[in-house]
Design a binder for this molecule. Structure first.
Ligand SMILES: [Zn+2]
Length: 234
């Protein structure tokens, strides 16, 4: 900047530089807000939480969700990685933390909220409820470096107080399921085959790998493929 330009500039108290060499009174002064508005994180209410049993989509996809997290093995890791299977995991905090190295190594897995330690959510106190849900989100952030987007209540038990807590802890979806696939058996409640948007419940049991092999055969036979919930529920 030339010396004359520096001399002809006055800095006003609010920090907006004004050119004082002009003789007109209509000098354009940059419009800046006088106060800085900080954006607050959105506070969710119970009414903002959607309960989902199945995703509405015409894409040929289903969603594999696996709960609890007690049994993980190198063999299961190899199977999931080799077949590039996307999995939405609802591990309880104690298991997510215990097996955090195994979980962190899975590249096609997201980590959602299934409580701290599998409490029966409609029977616990308000303080315990909040610890089970918000505390579990904190553990998931520590392990996966991002917040869970979904809550799944242990045993599928929830009421309006549970939904309010899910909102307070920053999640918009309570995710249930409409298909179960443990023990090598796919249960679809009166239907003969899997369809687009099905949410499949499984558990980290010793039989999980065998169950996944069987499920994947059925998914392919029905012209579908597994996808991540986070690509559909946002
Ligand atoms: Zn569970």
């Amino acid at each position: 900047m030339a010396t004359s330009a520096v001399c002809s500039t006055t800095v006003l108290a609010q920090g907006v530089p004004v050119d004082t060499t002009t003789t007109t009174t209509t000098t354009a002064v940059p419009q800046v807000p006088t106060t800085v508005v900080k954006q607050k994180p959105k506070v969710l209410k119970g009414k903002d939480v959607k309960v989902v049993y199945k995703v509405t989509t015409t894409d040929p996809v289903v969603f594999i969700t696996i709960d609890d997290g007690s049994t993980v093995t190198p063999s299961l890791a190899r199977y999931l990685d080799r077949n590039k299977i996307p999995v939405t995991t609802f591990a309880v905090s104690v298991m997510l933390w215990k097996h955090r190295e195994w979980f962190r190594d899975r590249k096609r897995m997201t980590f959602e909220n299934h409580t701290w330690n599998h409490a029966h959510m409609t029977l616990v106190s308000a303080a315990q409820r909040k610890h089970e849900v918000c505390g579990a989100s904190q553990v998931a952030r520590n392990v996966a470096k991002e917040s869970p987007m979904y809550f799944r209540p242990p045993g599928g038990s929830f009421n309006s107080k549970v939904i309010d807590t899910v909102a307070q802890c920053g999640m918009k979806y309570l995710v249930m399921w409409n298909v179960e696939a443990d023990g090598g058996v796919v249960r679809m409640a009166g239907r003969g085959k899997l369809g687009p948007g099905d949410i499949i419940l499984m558990h980290f049991l010793p039989s999980l790998e065998r169950s996944l092999v069987h499920l994947m055969e059925q998914i392919k036979r029905n012209g579908l493929k597994p996808a991540l919930l986070r690509d559909y529920l946002t």
